[in-house]
Design a binder for this molecule. Structure first.
Ligand code: G3I
Length: 305
């Protein structure tokens, strides 16, 4: 097929993009989004600070703009993210202990209930493990409510929206042997063994010169899939340009296609100038919305085999 979404669909997968509500009215942005992608992830609009700016008062206006756009275009929606140490509203940052635990669980329940039936996959918990060699949980106000906060969030999400796939999502978990990867693997294995509801693991896959696509990336996706969860590439971007960038994107797409439970790929933005990496060029379209060599490599990979 001639677009990313249609080509991925032929392989039984989706191809998505992170979207910002405030760009939906821009004609070039909407044209490329609607033509190329069949899944969206709100880049910021579903986060705790956006959806519950004061305790118990919910604001879905910007998230709804994206969800309604997706529904009108027949696109899937990845919900991002219900529980995270970052982008918490100020009121939550100042809570702790059982008060924070109940506020977090209420947040998960309220947001997942509001969007029940409309979300393909939820990032229920985002970035809960520490970087480096410790394999420990990340220290955060949520972690300090008790080590079981992650499974509590997953159980609340399942109760609120039984039809959504529930994902754990993180970065620097792409190398099969890294301590952080091993720690997330052990958590997923434990959740599956104890019946904690988890359906998928998201690999953000933010790559650059310091953090290139690992040689064992496909093996890593496969080892998680073997635990009985889907795997998704959730925030893909790769710093660089030209052939080198194209080759890296190709290897990521080929890795997903080689793992039957890798159900979709999402790039973290559409044109380079809207990337969170300010000044970077990590995406598939340049700032004039022209297709880059990386785009051609991705499209060719999706259509081969
Ligand atoms: O909306 C306000 C605007 O009103 C204000 O004037 C402006 C001034 O700084 O800030 C705007 O908010 C910014 C927001 O993006 C929307 O543009 C925040 O400052 C900025 O911190 C925020 O950055 C987002 C970042 O997450 C925050 O953690 C990025 O857009 C978003 O791409 C990035 O996404 C994360 C994923 O959620 C999790 N994984 C890593 C990924 C990349 O960092």
């Amino acid at each position: 097929a001639s677009t990313l979404g249609a080509s991925a669909a032929e392989k039984g997968r989706y191809f998505g993009a992170a979207v910002a509500a405030n760009h939906l009215g821009e004609s070039q942005y909407a044209t490329v989004l609607n033509r190329e992608f069949n899944s969206v992830t709100p880049e910021n609009e579903m986060k705790w600070d956006a959806t519950e700016p004061s305790r118990g008062t919910f604001n879905y206006a910007n998230a709804d703009r994206i969800v309604n756009h997706a529904i009108s275009q027949g696109m899937k929606v990845r919900g991002h993210a219900l529980a995270w140490h970052s982008q918490q509203p100020g009121w939550a940052q100042s809570l702790s202990g059982s008060t924070l635990r109940s506020a977090m669980l209420n947040h998960v329940t309220q947001v997942a209930t509001y969007y029940r039936g409309k979300i393909h996959s939820w990032d229920v918990v985002n970035e809960a493990f520490a970087d480096g060699s410790s394999g420990a949980r990340r220290d955060s106000n949520l972690q300090r409510t008790g080590n079981d906060w992650i499974e509590a969030a997953f159980r609340a999400a399942r109760a609120a929206d039984p039809g959504a796939k529930l994902c754990y999502n993180d970065y620097n978990t792409d190398d099969a042997n890294a301590a952080k990867t091993r720690a997330v693997y052990a958590m997923v294995q434990d959740f599956k063994a104890r019946g904690v509801p988890i359906d998928c693991v998201g690999f953000q896959s933010h790559f650059n010169g310091q953090s290139p696509v690992p040689g064992n990336y496909q093996q890593n996706l496969a080892q998680f899939a073997a635990l009985g969860v889907d795997v998704q590439i959730t925030e893909l971007d790769i710093e660089g340009s030209g052939t080198a960038q194209a080759n890296s994107y190709r290897s990521v797409v080929n890795a997903c296609l080689a793992v039957s439970r890798c159900t979709g790929i999402t790039v973290w933005g559409i044109p380079d100038h809207y990337s969170w990496r300010s000044g970077g060029t990590p995406l598939l379209f340049n700032s004039s919305y022209a297709k880059k060599p990386a785009y051609d490599a991705v499209l060719t990979a999706l259509n081969s085999g």
